[in-house]
Design a protein around this ligand. Structure first.
Ligand SMILES: [Zn+2]
Length: 290
């Protein structure tokens, strides 16, 4: 008899993306068989919240999360805050996210990067205002939050220090900041999710930061269909999107768990138990409204 698969939790993904639609039914059958026991599905703008909601309603092991992503910040509708609050109030188990700060998009992304097509790139102070308001809303409603940060860890720390934060904590998804900043973020209530893309040889610094994360704040994620793993680590594949982009199969969560266990010199069993507790504490326990 083959052993029971480990119970794995994907702390951050986007299974509602249009490009996954042709594969979705197969994935929803396959993932539980691979041991995926829970996943947080992040909406990034009002335009995709309804898809997240419908998907999570019919799939009880998926948890919905709603937010304005920094890439969508410039195009947000005027009434975004009311829309977000109404949706969160209607869905008591929903989290807040994906929210955050992104300086890469402003300073280094190519002007014709297809992932940013049609997006009005909001300057950092505007991103901070929108991110801060969403954190405060999460705090007020007793929800956890999922935060994206690219090349803006100083401004993010500053924002977190002056904003009311969810008492149950928040996730820094695919944390790519320095190891030295981990204690300051952890002190404020941060959890840190490890992504399989960090197994790329040149990402040594990011891996080092995950050695500084306290065990009770560790999580694992795919960001699927985004963030491809290095080619030699990919276990499951999906056809490319209609635009020809690679798509990360969410089953590769197993690879990320194995890579993190190896990095931290622990067993996959022990890591999966730790992360299951962390996932439940951050995302599943109903927090008090403040
Ligand atoms: Zn994401």
């Amino acid at each position: 008899m083959s052993p029971q698969p480990l119970r794995l939790y994907d702390a951050h993904c986007h299974l509602q993306f249009d490009t996954l639609a042709p594969h979705l039914e197969a994935l929803l059958e396959q993932l539980p068989a691979l041991g995926v026991a829970g996943a947080v599905v992040n909406g990034s703008c009002p335009g995709d919240w309804e898809d997240v909601s419908k998907l999570c309603l019919r799939t009880p092991w998926l948890l919905p999360s709603y937010g304005i992503h920094p890439w969508d910040c410039g195009n947000r509708p005027a009434d975004w805050h009311e829309l977000l609050e109404a949706r969160l109030l209607a869905e008591p188990r929903a989290a807040v996210g994906e929210i955050g700060l992104d300086r890469w998009m402003l300073d280094r992304a190519a002007p014709d990067d297809p992932r940013l097509a049609g997006m009005k790139r909001a300057p950092l102070p505007e991103q901070a205002e929108v991110c801060g308001a969403q954190l405060a809303l999460a705090a007020r409603l007793g929800r956890p939050a999922s935060v994206h940060c690219l090349e803006a860890f100083g401004p993010l720390l500053e924002l977190l220090q002056k904003t009311r934060l969810p008492s149950r904590g928040f996730l820094l998804h695919a944390y790519s900041g320095p190891a030295e900043m981990v204690p300051a973020f952890a002190e404020l209530g941060a959890y840190f999710s490890f992504n399989g893309a960090f197994l790329e040889t040149r990402k040594r610094k990011v891996r080092e930061a995950f050695l500084a994360v306290p065990a009770e704040r560790l999580l694992v994620e795919t960001d699927a269909p985004a963030m491809m793993l290095p080619g030699d680590r990919v276990e499951f594949t999906l056809p490319p999107s209609p635009a020809g982009e690679h798509q990360n199969h969410p089953g590769n969560l197993r690879v990320a768990y194995a890579g993190l266990a190896e990095l931290r010199r622990t067993s996959r069993e022990e890591l999966s138990t730790t992360c299951a507790h962390n996932y439940a504490r951050l995302f599943l326990a109903r927090g008090p409204a403040q």
